[in-house]
Design a protein around this ligand. Sequence first.
Ligand SMILES: NC(=O)c1ccc[n+]([C@@H]2O[C@H](COP(=O)([O-])OP(=O)(O)OC[C@H]3O[C@@H](n4cnc5c(N)ncnc54)[C@H](OP(=O)(O)O)[C@@H]3O)[C@@H](O)[C@H]2O)c1
Ligand SMILES: *[C@@H]1O[C@H](CO)[C@@H](O)[C@H](O)[C@H]1NC(C)=O
Length: 293
Amino acid sequence: MGLLQKILIPVLGLVLAFCFYSSRENFKPEMLKGKRVIVTGASTGIGEQMAYHLARMGAHVLVTARTEAKLQQVVERCRALGASSARLVSGSMEDMATTRQLVEVAEAELGGLDMLILNHVGKSYFNYFDGDVGHVQKLLDINFLSYVAMTVSALPMLKRSGGSIVVVSSMAGKVGFPFTVPYSATKFALDGFFSSLRQEFSIQSVNVSITLCILGFIDTENAMRAAADVLLMSPAPKEECALEIIKGGTLRQREVYYRYASTKLPLLLRDWAAELLDLLVRQRYRPERLRAA
Ligand SMILES: NC(=O)c1ccc[n+]([C@@H]2O[C@H](COP(=O)([O-])OP(=O)(O)OC[C@H]3O[C@@H](n4cnc5c(N)ncnc54)[C@H](OP(=O)(O)O)[C@@H]3O)[C@@H](O)[C@H]2O)c1
Ligand SMILES: *[C@@H]1O[C@H](CO)[C@@H](O)[C@H](O)[C@H]1NC(C)=O
């Protein structure tokens, strides 16, 4: 027993380390050259940074969000950074017409699609759940149902290319987080939908990968404004976060954890010591600093 442990544990460690590093090391920016990629929620934050990385890697970038003026600037910068091409479709993801238009542009002007990065989120509040059911419904439409609709519309093109779907989620989509109840619900829904769909793709040999991204606190303007005072955590940089998402999607990983130490490691507690994890999560908050609702 003692000997077995002495051998087994280091060997297991080495195997894990090998898997971990081999899957990380073989990413090359050239893998994205000439690839046709849609990025949603690309007018600000992590989505905007993903567009710039993709542009530097020489991809065809199609960005979307509601604010056309901002998207226009993103497109110009993408062209300057070396994108094979850069285009925009502006519109709200509450509106199915936006979904349709995006897919039409990809089909007609890019001749298909290699990667669909679903990243947008509707605006919510950072505070105790206020009982507004209508808001939960609206947020589900934007953060969840439009992800489903985009996937359904883009799937024929993704099947043709053996492409990838990348879904940007959060720690709040894996474990209960206070003060973002409606948001957290929409992120859990994404896990249910896309993890189940991945199983069906596997059974049916559909060669479209699904990568779910579990992010911790990231220093985007909107997240900082909402939570920086209340959260006892230092945020991770959006530029590096954006790159890790693209790497994970390109390598067809099942899930991306960023940052690894503050997401994957705490989640190891989830199934075995859920109450301890709940407590650790609560200790990261200063509720007395919440803004008066
Ligand atoms: N930042 C964090 O700490 C953090 C942590 C965990 C997970 N995440 C996840 O990372 C992703 C990006 O977060 P972020 O902080 O970069 O967000 P962000 O800066 O607030 O960007 C949100 C994007 O979604 C767009 N959007 C909002 N409402 C929309 C609508 N109705 N229709 C279409 N587009 C809409 C916004 O553009 P317009 O306003 O122009 O439409 C914007 O481009 C999200 O999925 C978020 O849940 C972030
Ligand atoms: C699935 O798609 C990937 C990426 O497009 C490709 O490398 C791989 O060979 C495909 N696998 C099969 C079984 O067609």
